[in-house]
Design a protein around this ligand. Structure first.
Ligand code: 2AM
Ligand code: CA
Length: 280
């Protein structure tokens, strides 16, 4: 049985902890920290990622002992089911940017109960931009409520996409999205899935696509986008599995619908390949 949760308290606590963690991260720029690699030479992790994850886990376990945590650095719980309250935590999303640029990275936290999004936070630390929402209360950037997402023609749209997915790669046929790039106004690539999803929720982008994201990368962003009236699915328009890696396609309602109909579905109909993140 899940205990009754006072979501206003969780909301306040989470914002306080996020801002505190953000200050610690900013302070870390004045020190030196270790950089290691994980699954491959470009998959970076620093002491600061690990320290920040541990900081949140300590706070959450103390205040909410029944809540579970799925964190990128693995200090949380081993989550195999969506029962109860789960915090999906990415202490630093965009670690490569953190290491190379000292900007364009975010703390990402999505809190779900029985698989339903309750609270979401994406904090762009160096810009001091906190995107947040409570289910049913709209999306905020710091203290300002975000206006409803615009419906824009594809020809006036901006899509965030990594160049990887329109050049030779083993996950998606590059012919799926390359025709769309000729149609829309422009592309962007920020190197942090959390920031890119927050930008869709805030109307700064019309769409975002990625072929390989983990639950801590997208849990908060998916909730922010849906709360703002947008759509977030897998690239082949299926519901996202919060317990697994997924392909992700997010956008305003119009952008998502049109791109599915005019570009993705026709590519699938022609048997252009599209592989799930867990396959090689
Ligand atoms: P990270 O910086 O926390 O690792 C970069 O393209 C975006 O994709 C970042 O949000 C990055 O998160 C995420 N990402 C990169 N490699 C990934 C992988 N192998 N699995 C899941 N997410 C990944
Ligand atoms: Ca991440």
């Amino acid at each position: 049985m899940t205990q009754h949760t006072n979501w206003d308290n969780v909301y306040e606590d989470a914002i306080r902890w996020i801002r505190e963690a953000g200050q610690e991260i900013m302070a870390s720029f004045r020190t030196s920290f270790n950089i290691d690699t994980k699954s491959n030479p470009n998959d970076l992790v620093t002491d600061i990622d690990k320290q920040t994850e541990k900081f949140f886990i300590e706070k959450i376990k103390e205040a909410y002992p029944s809540h579970r945590i799925m964190g990128e650095e693995g200090f949380g719980d081993n989550i195999e089911q969506l029962n109860g309250v789960i915090w999906f935590l990415d202490p630093i999303d965009g670690t490569m940017n953190f290491v190379h640029q000292q900007t364009n990275f975010a703390i990402s936290i999505g809190i779900y109960e029985e698989g339903v999004g309750k609270l979401a936070f994406i904090y762009d630390v160096t810009k001091d931009e906190l995107y947040h929402c409570k289910k049913g209360s709209g999306v905020f950037l710091n203290d300002e409520k975000i206006k409803p997402l615009k419906t824009t023609n594809l020809s006036e749209s901006l899509l965030a996409i990594n160049a990887t997915w329109v050049t030779e790669n083993h996950r998606i046929d590059p012919r799926t999205f390359s025709p769309l790039l000729k149609k829309i106004r422009g592309t962007r690539s920020y190197g942090s899935a959390a920031i890119e999803l927050a930008y869709v929720a805030a109307g700064r982008l019309d769409g975002y696509v990625s072929l390989r994201l983990a639950p801590w990368d997208f849990a908060a962003g998916k909730m922010l986008i849906e709360e703002g009236g947008g759509i977030c699915t897998t690239v082949d328009n299926k519901e996202i599995d919060l317990l697994d890696k997924n392909t992700i396609f997010a956008g305003t309602e119009l952008f998502h619908t049109e791109v599915q109909k005019e570009y993705i579905q026709p590519a699938l109909d022609q048997n252009y390949y599209l592989r799930t993140p867990s396959s090689r």
